[in-house]
Write a protein that binds this ligand. Sequence first.
Ligand code: MG
Length: 432
Amino acid sequence: MIRLEGGAHTSPGQVRSENQDRPVLTAWIAGVADGMGGHRGGETAAQLAVGELAMLDGPLTVDGLVAAVQAANDRILSQADDPSLRGMGTTLVAMTVVDDDVVVVNVGDSRGYRLVEGGLEQLTEDHSLVEDLVRQGRLSAEEAKNHPQRNIVTRALGIGGQVQVDVFRTAAHPGDRYLLCSDGLFNEIEADQIALELGRWSDPREAARELVRLANAAGARDNVTCVVVDLRADDDTMAAAAAVDRSVRPETFPGPAPAGVAGRESSERSASSRPEPRGRAVPWAVVPYVLGVLAIAGVAIGGTIWWGRAAYFVGAEDGEVVIFRGRPGGVLWMDPTIVQHTDIEYDDLTGASKERLVDPPVGSRDQAEQVLEALRIDEAPADPIEGVTSSAPPAARPSRPRSPAAAAVPPGATTSAPATTPTPTPDPATEG
Ligand code: MG
């Protein structure tokens, strides 16, 4: 039986007054959510996401973990009707152990890494505008770190009714160390320095704290969160016997939903919250009940209409790229309506840009504007590619090698629970 043992640390950074990052760490699961959207929205979305994970009891399955991510998405959407929370969303990266495998799930641009022979191996792929441009060879990894639009994510929880979840599965080896972090870390600190710090501290709590401290020392333009996780075997003989297989198997759950499905699904959910009639009854006794049902149905329909109209997305109409108000495919009898024309011709777009419009993110007017901006960047003439770096150079040897943790830690002295910041944290611990 392999379990997680770790430490988490978070800080608002040096520029922002609020911390919209949230870590989670239990005996079964570790994760980081990086919230976005207005003043209260980002915090709320991130808190809902880690709260959903913190409720999970193990041992977990891959389906169970993916279902929890979907449930977090549903909870965020269901609270987004509150005007002060409108447009909120969050990234989420999380890991657990399923049978003898580590399973990492990811939506957005927070990251999961594994420390391998002193170097940093990135397990997740970012769902972000700059990462798309890096993959196309139009930005270098270095340029991406300082790009003004580095905060734009192409996938997040809270954007649509169905979220696509990347799943990475790899063999679990006791003693292996993992890092989950928000972009506030890797946009400030080089990969080899992250690897060096991960290797330097035997206690994962110290490693997490030190990484956050270094990001703050580097200027921390964003919130910074690190969860450092060690795999521990209850039975050390099993650990010794295990052959080392470090292949990573990626998958995505589920495939892309057809446009419009998300909206309809949610309106059905509103409708199904109405109580079912219980069969025949004495007519007069039924009247208050019927009135109650009608009132609830009225509220449900009113809410669905509001929900259907309080959303924007980018699409194409008559060969022109436009911003629509409404939901793809429409809601009830309401079709999306055009609220902004552009000078962008759909036929002029590259294949990758057209793909953005196949299952467009649905959100606030601002988010739709950001998608337009992303399309304009996609279509701008490409700069010559300058020294694209795709992976970190091998890290230097840690100056103070980790001591064998099993020997340093008396049995039972550090279960994962005391190693955590209280999770989920209603008011996150800030750098102290
Ligand atoms: Mg961030």
